[in-house]
Design a protein around this ligand. Sequence first.
Ligand SMILES: NC(=O)C1=CN([C@@H]2O[C@H](COP(=O)(O)OP(=O)(O)OC[C@H]3O[C@@H](n4cnc5c(N)ncnc54)[C@H](OP(=O)(O)O)[C@@H]3O)[C@@H](O)[C@H]2O)[C@@H](O)CC1
Ligand SMILES: Nc1ncnc2c1ncn2[C@@H]1O[C@H](COP(=O)(O)OP(=O)(O)O)[C@@H](O)[C@H]1O
Ligand SMILES: [K+]
Length: 541
Amino acid sequence: MQPVLNVEDVRKVEQDLTLEGVSLAELMRRAGHAVAQEVLDLGNLGPVVVLCGTGNNGGDGWVAAELMAKAGAQVEVMTPVEPESLKSPLALMVAQSAVNAGVPFFVAPSRDELDAHLAQAAVVVDALLGTGFHGEPAAPFDIWIDAVNASGAHVVAVDVPSGLSAQTGHAPGGAVFADTTVTMICLKPGLLSGRGRDVCGAIVLAPLAEQAERLVVEADPVAWRCDTADYLETLREPTADVDKYSRGSVLVVGGSTRFPGAAVMAAMAAARSGAGYVTLVVPDRIATVCRTHLLEIPVVGLPTNEEGMFSAGARTEIVKMAEQRSCVLCGPGMGVCADTVSVVSSLLECDVPLVLDADALNALSRMTTNRLDNFPELIRREAPLVLTPHRRELGRLVGQPGEPPSSLTAALEAARRIVWADGGSDICVVAKGESTGCVGVEIALLPKPGPACLATAGSGDVLGGIMAALLARGVVENDVLPLVCAFACEVHGFAANLAAEAHGSRGVMASDLIGNLGLALDAMEEQVSLAVAGVSPEEGE
Ligand SMILES: NC(=O)C1=CN([C@@H]2O[C@H](COP(=O)(O)OP(=O)(O)OC[C@H]3O[C@@H](n4cnc5c(N)ncnc54)[C@H](OP(=O)(O)O)[C@@H]3O)[C@@H](O)[C@H]2O)[C@@H](O)CC1
Ligand SMILES: Nc1ncnc2c1ncn2[C@@H]1O[C@H](COP(=O)(O)OP(=O)(O)O)[C@@H](O)[C@H]1O
Ligand SMILES: [K+]
């Protein structure tokens, strides 16, 4: 697992390092060295253009330029101001050093001049804006960013691609598209979320100091990015000594006359994710249509109310069935009304692992007038509870109905409000989005995000089915719950990649994921075993 720190905490680590004897100047020297090494390792270099901003990110660029020049590379620096008028004392010092070493530089080139230099460049080092960036890139950086992206050169970004917020992953005025980002000390959330997923390219971590790893952990990471090998704990010993019940029995509760398909897909996803026995319970008015789509999965119809949702009379029977299953998934397509709200509150009282998705979450919002974090007793229970809100659902759960969390870290914070209010019981909030965080009481995990084709209606229902099947396999301890949830997210993403091979990157529908889940599970398990054995997936082929 790799720790991810908020930008303000990275600054704290920087300060802690200076207290432990590694000066800022030394850190900048090492940062520049890491960047230079990355470029030199590309081998067989043509001209390198280093774009330096006015802060310490630019300072890293000047250090790299000097080191590359000394290693024999043909290097030139572009700077918006004369090196001697840089305001940051550190950047001023390293820029003077590079100038004294004879590194050629150009001050405030016009767009045409810049284009001419970039056209000759084999590699561009982007050292314009780093963690000190805020707002939108101002002139001339907005133009320079545009020029870099138009150049077609190989781009190595220093710390963070310029224009991208390392904290939020937002890039409102556009950002450099990097092939590689050499990031200092540790991962930052903006690199892994929002536009960061598009613009960072391969992320190379430069720890800069041997104390960094310890100090980063002490700085209380906002989340941890999962490595494939971490999932070892979620795997089950393969055995033939099973029957359909011991493989996990799942009850899916959902559907309404308006949305019968969501519940059908969730049930199929649970069956394709290894559950041996799945039952679907829906309002009886849609039971027949559900049965026509499900050959293997029994469909139980219970009384329907005037709104086409479960009526109050359904609740007792649902609870009775729930108590006989190894996991219950409630919510897909269910609709929200007083009767479905009572179904959710009764299921919360059952001693069975429970996944609440979609309208079950909206029911929770309704029950708590959008403040679940103020009603922890509602979700305090012995058996595991997984909530899988997307950002709008999450906003509704924590008092921001019209204002969903706008970044990964905002989503993690909202999820934490729920988990920490609950305090200590077996709960995980899977805050879904273009990057997803699985937030437990002790830790927040970031599974590798799936492809963008997952942004399609119904894909969350499929994820709910996977989650339920994995929880149904047996006891999941509190400390592994976020890991199991993260694994489910990666299986979801893997299935999406397989589906995209068959249907194209834009053609995938949620139902296409389902048929690929079994293969995705096998492939993920194999990748985990290979990773644990230290074999890369390519070598394993
Ligand atoms: N973490 C570490 O341990 C280490 C960090 N190191 C490096 O330091 C970097 C952080 O340096 P930093 O704090 O000086 O900020 P940086 O990113 O250079 O930007 C500040 C400059 O940009 C400007 N500016 C801001 N917004 C702007 C906008 N919208 N449009 C235009 N301009 C804008 C801002 O202007 P101002 O806001 O002051 O007017 C100021 O001049 C970090 O990313 C890493 O590379 C390594 O050297 C050593 C180890
Ligand atoms: N751009 C994206 N890249 C990767 N995954 C995404 C992206 N957008 C959404 N997802 C994933 O797709 C799923 C969508 O779930 P949800 O919003 O609940 O869909 P629905 O309610 O239509 O079923 C979540 O798992 C989410 O993390
Ligand atoms: K940069």
